[in-house]
Design a binder for this molecule. Sequence first.
Ligand code: C2E
Ligand code: CA
Ligand code: CA
Length: 693
Amino acid sequence: MFEQALTVAGTNYQVLCEETGEAILQIRDNIVVDINSAALKLFGFVDKASMKVHYPVDLSPPVQPDGVSSGDKGREMFEIACQKGNHCFEWLHATANQSIFWAEVRLTRISPEGAPVMYAMVRNITKRKETERACFLEAQVFELGRQAGLITDQARVIVSANRAFSEITGYTQQEVRGCLLDAVLYSLQDLENCQSIFHVVDTCGYWEGEAWDRKQNGQIYPQWLTITAVRGNNHEIANYFAVFSDITERKSLEDRTRHIAEHDFLTGLPNRILLVDRLRQAIASARRNNTQFALLFLDLDRFKFINDSMGHSIGDKLLQEVAKRLRKCVRAIDTVSRQGGDEFIILLADTGNAKQIAHVAQNVMNAIAQMFEIDSYEFSMTVCIGISTFPNDGEDMDTLIKHADIAMYYAKESGRNGYQFFNEEINARTHERNALERNLKKALEKGEFILHYQAEVDFASGRIVGAEALIRWDHPEMGRLLPPRFISAAEECGLIVSIGQWVLERACRQAKYWLDQGFPIVVSVNLSAAQFRQRNLLQNIADTLRLSGLEPRYLALEITESILLNGQDSIYETMVSLKELGVKLAIDDFGTGYSSLSYLKRIQVDKLKIDRSFVHEITHDPKDTEIIRAIVAMAKSLELKVVAEGVETAQQFSYLQSIGCDEYQGFYSSQSLSGIEFGQFRYDAGDGSLQSA
Ligand code: C2E
Ligand code: CA
Ligand code: CA
């Protein structure tokens, strides 16, 4: 009866076993004695007979994840199950073809006495384990990452904070858990900012950018912040995820890089790049607030001279000291910038009237005028300042800078050490000058230049011994223009070289013509600095002479002292070569420059032309009379000819003659004349001989 009941129960149990779908194995003395079809499938066996194996050793890898062998560990599990009746645990199983899977095993002891009979219910949990592992790794990444991380619920209440968060901010995880994200992150404490950030997060999924945060110790630091919305299955926002890092270091590197790019290396002042930026801001702000500001364009006087003569190291130190002084002259809101060389621009933000601006300019001049002491040298400096104001003198950067520059140029022209506001007159003159330059470009082609000649007369014989070629421009609208009106413009735009070449050719042809007519005369041509710097000057002159057929001794070149004082050896070399070529050399406007004798000894110049300003003063100022007397005496000792320019009166004539001057030039003998007029003049004078008046 009991037996029968047991059999029926056994049969029912077997049916149940088959039906559950769970893999079940029956084990006796560690041998699998029966299995259901789910287990057959799970372990990959073909039939029940082939499954008579040792459990769990034959159905497991040799060791379990904790390093214990599957045999030992299996025995331990069996013992527990025997004692407790059943035991559930995780186990690493292997299939018939040795592929490993994670299982959850429930061992149940079913025979109350004798050799234990066990049922093992095995469930494949590999998928669940993988998910768990992934979650674990994610949590590790969150926890151990270098970036601070905060997770909130959908109401932005913090549910989790990682280790980096504590390290960066100094707040513990407990302190912030349960707090509102908006209250913890400093940049979100500003309501408007917070709303606009979360508007982006909620609509675009995330926001990222630079933000400021405050650490627990009160320190404010820059952070790179990303806030992401995490959506649940129903697509509603379930969490927010805030990640940030401290970017103080990166920022300071960036700041340093920017500082280098925006500042002058030598003086540490803002350079042109930064000035342009500040200027843009100043224009925007002045427009908004209807205010004005000023630009001061500074150029040190004679800096080049100091730099060249005392050495660049002293020049550099001088510029550094100038920078220091300039900074002291202005307010913190103003910008002192170096444009390069000895040029500085000061941006006076939000200035008052012209009087106040002039006051600053005067202060700057005073500051520069203080004695400089560098490397035991002492020297004084002066500066010229051009001023333009917004909006009067220009509404954009380029115009403002250009006009300040032009004004500075006028300050230089009217003597060193001064300031000059840009104004209408300068504006008009600039326009005129620009128009002049445009016309100059065409004047050569259109044949608008003519050459005049002024006689150089020998005191002793009264004969015309030379003629100076002087250019004139017959301007189509302005009439005949004298050189002071256009020579400096031509020099500035570089046209002087081609104009000078034209003069040279003309003068040589004229001299040759006179020579052929039996009237030998030396024609003098004025050379400007740019011509003198031409590399092929010597060749040009030689070619021009050859083409005209004029012997070199009938050509004289007049150069000013300032050309010589530029000091390069190449200038002396050129002069020596010119002398070798056979042309004559004259120093023009002598007495107005440095009047250094040293170069006169170095080069064999033929004559000095005493500037007409000295001659003009002869009757008025005994001092100038002394200078002329000294110049003539000196020239005689160096065996140079002396020519007096601008002789207008009989008084001047006789004085110059009395002190031994060789030749003279001036209205007293004649004005400058065209080539034909000059020929007539010579003829009237008795073939070149002038009677003294
Ligand atoms: P510069 O070389 O000193 O020329 C003499 C200037 O004095 C000429 O003026 C001449 O007309 C003027 N002058 C002559 N006698 C008298 C006088 O008795 N009284 C007064 N008050 N002035 C007198 P200009 O022709 O206007 O030339 C001015 C300057 O222009 C010249 O000064 C010279 O430096 C420059 N220049 C003239 N022609 C040329 C040229 O072809 N090339 C270059 N590079 N410069 C030239
Ligand atoms: Ca001259
Ligand atoms: Ca002269």
